[in-house]
Design a binder for this molecule. Structure first.
Ligand SMILES: [Cu+2]
Length: 130
């Protein structure tokens, strides 16, 4: 019975999220204006974004823990070209120049090691998704 009550509560909570008043947060890809305009689509909630810096020649921070559903964005602040490349293969940003970035959404828990293909010896880091 407790579980049922909790589910109902969560149902009410998520219904409330759908009627965020003007000024509420909407995803960058959402094409429709916020209420009170007539709803034209279902807007996705804004995803939490975590930034990881790429420098010459290290990732900072080199170990990052995020919650499932988080967008992780690597930004190259260095002067040289670098990559964010998963050791086990799930992603490879390709070479990023100064100021370029690469973003992924991590939807399920796990631990991934990644490195820079240009500087594989010195640039190594870990991403933990909980
Ligand atoms: Cu590099």
């Amino acid at each position: 019975m407790r579980f049922v009550a909790l589910s109902l509560f969560l149902g009410v909570a998520s219904a409330a999220v759908l009627v965020v008043p003007a000024g509420g947060q909407y995803g960058p890809s959402c094409p429709c204006p916020p209420p009170p305009s007539a709803p034209c689509c279902v807007c996705q909630p804004v995803r939490h974004t975590v930034e990881i810096g790429i420098y010459d020649n290290y990732f900072g921070p080199d170990t990052v823990t995020v919650g499932a559903g988080t967008v992780v964005r690597w930004i190259n602040y260095g002067q040289h070209r670098h990559t964010s490349t998963a050791t086990a293969g799930p992603w490879d940003s390709g070479e990023l120049g100064h100021g370029e970035s690469y973003a992924l959404t991590f939807t399920s828990p796990g631990v991934a090691s990644y490195y820079c293909r240009v500087h594989p010896r010195e640039m190594r880091a870990t991403l933990v998704v909980r």
